[in-house]
Design a protein around this ligand. Structure first.
Ligand code: ACM
Ligand code: ZN
Length: 752
């Protein structure tokens, strides 16, 4: 009996593995009996200077979050947090650490100083998530090391600029997630943000724009307010030091040859002689004004700029952009054309490659390595360049196969400017990337052999700030997806587990609260799935939510009839379904689906051609699921076609009278997305022989980014309805992307 009681006590003291909520998940965690309590009397024992800066980080954290600090001494034998790095500054590239907690104290031993620093991050995550001056932590033995050597976050400070204090906070967020590279995007069409002493106009002129569009591109107006600013070299050096103290390398990005309107505005001689005048852009997108590749003075300028940049940033890596650089000006520039001839280049793509290679040679001569976006593959890769793969993974795969190092940043998983919720309350650039999707990312593409996979250094999330004008919005966009990415980058794939991550994420939410950080609660979003009803006479609506964390209820056609949701709802007439999710009796999410039931809803539908892999919606059924995207916008409720037409055949099940067909499309103000050029409707009783019913080439209604095309015809009796929707196909002259393929987006086809 006594022994049993003793055992019970022992068990009660051992924290369960679930109580260890460290993100990213460590390689090995062993929970031991007992605990240790950090109080004001605890001493940080630390011997050398680098570990002292890690101790300072810990103290700053304790001060900010818990309101007290600890003394540091060279040694302590009781009540201590001991930091020691086994090797001096020889970086093994592994940055492993061990963390041991027993009744006497905490011992963190890194392979490197960075390893010790990462160990302190794990210690921080053992601390309680309530403010206290007595911080009990479980006795544990942790062994840990990162999977990838490159664990990065990017930030665009050109579209919107953030104060030095926020840049430091952002760097702290990286540190807390054991990330080690901060990619600082410093130059753009909309502003040049780093002081270059030899060319003061870059910031004095190029640092400011005369206004900014309001709302989503193309915008509902302009602020007409001067916007801008820049970081002085002193500030940039301070940031580099701040990051280095956190074992983070700052990689500056100086964009070339594109995204350089601000530089050209400052120094118009940098552009092709047949172009201009230039302005610091006030809207978003891709602009034709790029550096002239025909002038040697362009290269002298960029070399001078890089000289100053390399003096500020000790990083081995220098990012020189290379993305989205239109060739329009180069095609008609006599100097660029002369360069093509003299260098024996094939075309303007090879001219871009010449440009990047010439800059690479210079930067290599200074002992640095260039990174470029995946467009630098086009026209031939610079010999030593590292490729940042953003347009999916293809660029990264191609580069690794050419034995080039690669950093993966695919738009599909790690563009944190995308929406995280299907019902975003603020404007984003679009897309839809949940925290779970980011978590699911695997940086090593299947296409690579084990040997080629070694060229993948790691991955990074990109944070483009067109629609993030303040720090709170940046935080909202990065959290919690950045937290998910940290585990992708750090934790061995066999240890990754979404369900386990979710449990730890709940504690992480409390940490965000303690940090005072803004974050998205889209994790609690209700998930709705609309499927054909079993008899195909309507739809089945399935709701899902984190039911073990709260309560899911629903209401039909108004709020009077709230009921607990237990099983899918079958809907056969126009209905509004609202799902409501309560956590701790607070409403954390609500979702309303307006189901527009018509003759096509829930019916069998076939497409002559599948939509683009980038915009597949939820397949063909998207078009007859009863959900009309009333605001427009590219989401899971629409399918996209690039340059091609779409032919949909709907089987109504039985022959019946039809009077008209309504096609719901997206119209995006001339940004590659155009309403249908024409819609043709055909009927058939056997699904083989179709007769024309009606056609139109006019858009009946354009509202915001929506376009509706209604085809009316004499009432006809038919079972099969074929709807041929014609794509505009080519972007008209004078519009953005003239000559390129247009997109056709459809979200619903009604048959009435
Ligand atoms: C990019 O997103 N243009 C690299
Ligand atoms: Zn030129």
């Amino acid at each position: 009996m006594k022994r049993f009681f003793f055992l019970f006590l022992l068990l009660a003291q051992v924290a369960s593995a679930q109580d260890i909520n460290i993100i990213p998940k460590p390689a090995s965690v062993q929970v031991k009996p007992g605990n240790f309590t950090i109080t004001r009397n605890t001493t940080i024992a630390v011997k050398d200077k680098e570990d002292q800066s890690t101790a300072n980080f810990l103290n700053d954290y304790l001060q900010q979050v818990y309101g007290f600090k600890l003394n540091t001494k060279k040694r302590a034998s009781k009540n201590y947090i001991r930091l020691s790095s086994r090797k001096s500054s020889t970086d093994t590239g592994k940055d492993a650490y061990t963390l041991d907690v027993n009744q006497d104290g905490v011992t963190i031993a890194g392979d490197t100083y960075a390893g010790t620093f990462h160990g302190v991050q794990s210690l921080i995550q053992l601390l309680p998530v309530e403010k206290s001056t007595s911080l009990e932590i479980p006795a544990v033995a942790i062994q840990d090391a990162p999977r990838f050597s490159y664990r990065g976050m990017h930030l665009d400070v050109a579209r919107h600029m953030f104060p030095v204090s926020f840049i430091k906070k952002y760097i702290d967020y990286l540190a807390l997630h054991k990330m080690n590279y901060f990619h600082w995007h410093l130059t753009e069409d909309q502003g040049w943000r780093i002081e270059i002493k030899k060319y003061p106009q870059l910031t004095e002129v190029g640092g400011y724009r005369d206004g900014t569009i309001i709302g989503r591109y193309p915008g509902t107006g302009n602020t007409n307010k001067r916007y801008g600013g820049y970081y002085t070299q002193e500030e940039a050096k301070e940031i580099v030091k701040y990051a280095a103290d956190r074992h983070i390398t700052v990689i500056p990005e100086i964009e070339m040859p594109g995204h350089s309107s601000a530089a050209l505005t400052a120094y118009p001689w940098l552009g092709c002689p047949n172009t201009g005048p230039y302005k610091v852009e006030q809207t978003w997108g891709i602009f034709d004004d790029v550096y002239c590749a025909g002038k040697d003075s362009t290269f002298t300028f960029l070399q001078d700029v890089m000289d100053e940049v390399m003096a500020i940033f000790p990083s081995k890596y220098m990012h020189i952009g290379g993305d989205e650089s239109p060739k329009t000006n180069w095609k008609t520039c006599p100097l660029c054309q002369k360069r093509i001839q003299e260098e024996g280049l094939e075309d303007e793509h090879e001219l871009q490659s010449y440009f990047i290679q010439r800059m690479e040679k210079y930067i290599n001569s200074k002992g640095r390595t260039i990174i470029g976006w995946d467009e630098i593959l086009e026209g031939g890769l610079a010999p030593n360049a590292i490729v940042m793969s953003w347009r999916g993974e293809d660029g990264g795969i191609a580069a690794a196969k050419q034995n080039h190092y690669v950093i993966m940043t695919p738009g599909s998983h790690v563009y944190l400017d995308h929406s995280q919720s299907q019902r975003e309350d603020s404007v984003t650039i679009g897309g839809f990337t949940t925290v779970q999707k980011t978590y699911s990312y695997e940086p090593i593409p299947k296409e690579l052999t084990a040997e080629q996979a070694k060229y993948v250094l790691g991955a990074q999330a990109n944070v483009w700030t067109e629609y993030m004008s303040n720090p709170a919005k940046v935080e909202y966009q990065i959290f919690p997806r950045m937290t998910a990415l940290s585990e992708v980058l750090w934790t061995a794939p066999e240890k990754k587990d979404w369900n386990d991550f979710e449990k730890r994420l709940l504690t992480q939410f409390k940490r965000y609260d303690m940090w005072g950080a803004n974050y998205s609660k889209a994790y609690y979003d209700i998930d709705a799935e609309v499927l054909p009803s079993p008899d195909k006479q309507g739809v089945t609506v399935k709701l899902d939510a984190k039911k073990d964390l709260g309560k899911l209820v629903y209401a039909v056609n108004g709020m009077q009839t709230e009921r607990e949701y237990t099983s899918p709802l079958v809907i056969k007439e126009p209905t509004q379904v609202t799902g409501l999710f309560y956590k701790d009796d607070q409403l954390v999410d609500s979702l309303t689906l307006k189901l527009n039931i018509n003759k096509a809803t829930g019916k069998e539908i076939t497409l002559n051609e599948q939509p683009s892999e980038y915009f597949p919606g939820m397949g063909a059924f998207t078009l007859v699921n009863g959900i009309i995207n009333r605001k427009g916008g590219r989401d899971q409720q629409s399918v996209g076609y690039s340059g091609s037409d779409l032919e949909a055949t709907i089987d109504l099940g039985t022959a019946q009278q039809v009077n008209n067909v309504v096609v719901h499309a997206l119209n995006s103000g001339g940004t590659y997305v155009y309403p249908p050029k024409a819609v043709e409707v055909y009927g058939s009783t056997d699904g083989k022989n179709f007769q024309p019913l009606g056609t139109t080439n006019t858009v009946s209604e354009v509202a915001g980014s929506k376009a509706i095309v209604k085809v009316e015809f004499a009432p006809a009796t038919t079972r099969f309805v074929k709807v041929a929707v014609k794509n505009t196909q080519t972007v008209p002259e004078g519009k953005q992307g003239a000559g390129e393929k247009t997109w056709l987006f459809l979200d619903e086809i009604e048959v009435n």
